[in-house]
Design a protein around this ligand. Structure first.
Ligand code: NAP
Length: 302
């Protein structure tokens, strides 16, 4: 396989590149930063600037699989400027890729997969949310992810029906949410936001990377939730991390009102409840390496 990966320098992308190279695949990747073009010894980097609509079309040479993970981080404060960047970086990345492919006389691309996020779902305490659920969260994140998926669907015009991966909370020792949760727990303090009963739908980064490769190679199409089959409530997440670290903790509850005052609309990332179903992925016969939180945390923490 020869893959073209965007967002390859990020948390998920860099793990994906390593895995592709270890599997003997060839990797092309796009970066907005010239300093990153030599980042991977055995992968070939190309420049693009989605906000300006520019792309080095040599990146498509011999590529059969395109994986799109690009997007400005949502973890920084949601100022007006950052909100624009969070939305536009995602929409324009897809648009620049699509127009790049459209401009080629011919190409060898057979499979196209793009990241999406479980933030598209309206929060729900009682039901497992499946891909067929069409209700979109009526907040900033919901509108961003909805627009992102609509843009991805335009790839059907190229004959490339997309695989859309609604990714949950990615667990990794290298970044994302886990390192910030580990720090206070190491000091014997556990913090939950609100009552801590909200569902958290997580996935180990290695399972996410394997799912990306599995679905691309199987030539699947359509929307898939990329989450482990065993979501947990937030207080269980914190207690499980403490257990994996072998730490006794005092659990503090930060009232919802305080979370909202501190984080504004971004508080939704901490207090919204999403119990996401993994049944569609399981039906593809994908075998999880880390199906339970205990397995995932033992692996990451060790
Ligand atoms: N991590 C999670 O828990 C999670 C959960 C749900 C969904 N997702 C989605 O999955 C994807 C990968 O996540 P991640 O955690 O690996 O993200 P990440 O670490 O923030 O990396 C994203 C990559 O996007 C590129 N990027 C940043 N700003 C850009 C811009 N303005 N235009 C084009 N590219 C830009 C960067 O690559 P260059 O600087 O090299 O261009 C960066 O390495 C993201 O789209 C994210 O929204 C992640």
């Amino acid at each position: 396989m020869r893959l073209l990966i965007t967002g390859a320098t990020g948390l998920v992308g860099s793990r994906l590149v390593e895995q592709c190279l270890a599997n003997g695949h060839q990797v092309h990747y796009l970066s907005t930063r010239s300093s990153q073009l030599d980042r991977f010894e055995k992968a070939q980097g190309f420049m693009w600037n989605p906000l300006e609509g520019t792309i080095d079309i040599n990146c498509f040479e011999g590529v059969d699989t395109v994986i799109n993970l690009a997007g400005s981080s949502i973890s920084k404060p949601w100022t007006k400027k950052n909100r624009k960047l969070i939305l536009e970086s995602r929409i324009k990345s897809l648009e620049t890729l699509r127009k790049g492919i459209q401009s080629l006389d011919n190409h060898s691309i057979k499979s196209f997969l793009t990241a999406s996020a479980i933030g598209i779902y309206k929060e729900d305490y009682n039901n497992k949310l499946k891909e067929v659920n069409t209700e979109v969260a009526d907040d900033f994140l919901g509108s961003v992810v909805h627009a992102w998926e609509q843009e991805a669907n335009l790839f059907t015009e190229l004959g490339l029906d997309p695989i859309i991966l609604r990714i949950g909370l990615v667990l990794s020792s290298q970044g994302g949410v886990l390192p910030s949760l580990l720090a206070p727990i190491k000091a014997s303090v556990g913090v939950v936001f609100g009552n801590g009963d909200q569902w958290q739908s997580w996935i180990h980064i290695d399972d996410l990377v394997q799912i990306i490769l599995f679905l691309s190679q199987k030539n699947e199409r359509g929307i898939f939730n990329a989450v482990a089959p065993n979501p947990v409530r937030q207080k269980e997440l914190v207690r499980s991390i403490a257990k994996a670290l072998n730490k006794k903790i005092i659990l503090f509850r930060m009232p919802k009102l305080i979370v909202k005052l501190l984080f504004g609309e971004r508080s939704g990332l901490l207090i919204n409840s999403h119990c996401i179903s993994a049944s569609k992925i399981k039906k593809t016969d994908y075998q999880y390496s880390f199906a339970t939180l205990g397995q995932a945390l033992d692996h990451i923490v060790s």
